[in-house]
Write a protein that binds this ligand. Structure first.
Ligand SMILES: C[S@@+](CC[C@H](N)C(=O)[O-])C[C@H]1O[C@@H](n2cnc3c(N)ncnc32)[C@H](O)[C@@H]1O
Length: 253
């Protein structure tokens, strides 16, 4: 499983971006004090922590099928956390004012089923929201990795590019959600040097980290050189932008 890693490894690789994304995504989902909110695919708890800051941990729940849930429990004591996938959420109907999934929809085994479950556990009038990276060129960290891997092996199987704003909107409408709104959220992360970035790929996190770990050492070095070149060989600190597509919809009354 590509998320069978420590919370620290996840945070160094991807959590640094999730942390920037979480407040913008919570705003888009209109999360505000007094609500009870579910974080689907909560991972190490970056969004869960943002929600707890707004609502109090006792008003926040989280679900994730991976061992990252332990890091979430450490990060947000008092939240109602369950080891589960989106497709079978272990809460009764209408339990939450909102259900959010940050960077998760494209990992679901059954996307329509997962969204239907998010709607089921959300009360009528409540919000179901998700965001996914823009894999068509808006997420530099991963986009540059897969472009480099494919330059050396055109058969390298990259992450889904199928989840653009139009697809998310169609999924939300197909799930019977109303007032559907789609937006782009842009964040960035700073690296002190190229080694800092590359070291995070060696942690084996997610499909990119797993792909790299499966390559022989000489291929790993070649991907690194290709990546460095595609970033124009940075000599010092640099920032990488990451754009996500986000969608919000309302459960019908
Ligand atoms: C890129 S991480 C995002 C974690 C967190 N939401 C964040 O923003 O940092 C993707 C997460 O989706 C989880 N995941 C994978 N399949 C899932 C599924 N079917 N249902 C819910 N979560 C799933 C993984 O375990 C992982 O924690």
């Amino acid at each position: 499983m590509s998320f069978d890693v420590s919370g620290n490894a996840y945070d160094r690789f991807m959590g640094r971006y999730s942390r920037e994304l979480a407040p913008a995504f919570a705003d888009l989902a209109r999360v505000e004090a007094g609500q009870r909110v579910l974080d689907v695919g909560c991972g190490s708890g970056v969004l869960t922590e943002e929600l707890a800051g707004r609502l109090g941990a006792d008003h926040v729940a989280g679900a994730d099928p991976s061992p990252l849930l332990e890091a979430c429990a450490d990060r947000v004591p008092g939240a109602d956390l369950k080891r589960a996938g989106a497709e079978q959420l272990p809460w009764p109907d209408d339990s939450f004012d909102a259900a959010l999934a940050q960077l998760v929809v494209h990992f679901m085994d059954d996307v329509e089923g997962g969204i239907a479950e998010m709607a089921r556990v959300t009360r009528p009038g409540g919000v179901v929201a998700a965001c996914t990276w823009d894999f068509s060129g808006g997420m530099k960290l991963l986009g540059t990795f897969w472009a480099s891997a494919k330059a050396l092996d055109p058969g390298a199987e990259s992450e889904s590019s199928a989840f653009d704003g139009a697809r998310l909107e169609a999924l939300w409408r197909g799930a019977g959600l109303g007032d559907v709104h789609v937006d782009a959220l842009v964040v960035s992360s700073r690296y002190e040097d190229f080694d800092e970035l590359w070291d995070t790929f060696l942690l084996g996190v997610g499909p990119a980290g797993q792909h790299l770990a499966a390559q022989p050492p000489e291929r790993q070095s070649a991907i690194r050189a290709e990546y460095f070149s595609r970033l124009s060989e940075p000599a010092g600190p640099f920032d990488l932008d990451a754009r996500a597509w986000a969608v919000r919809g309302r459960v019908p009354d």
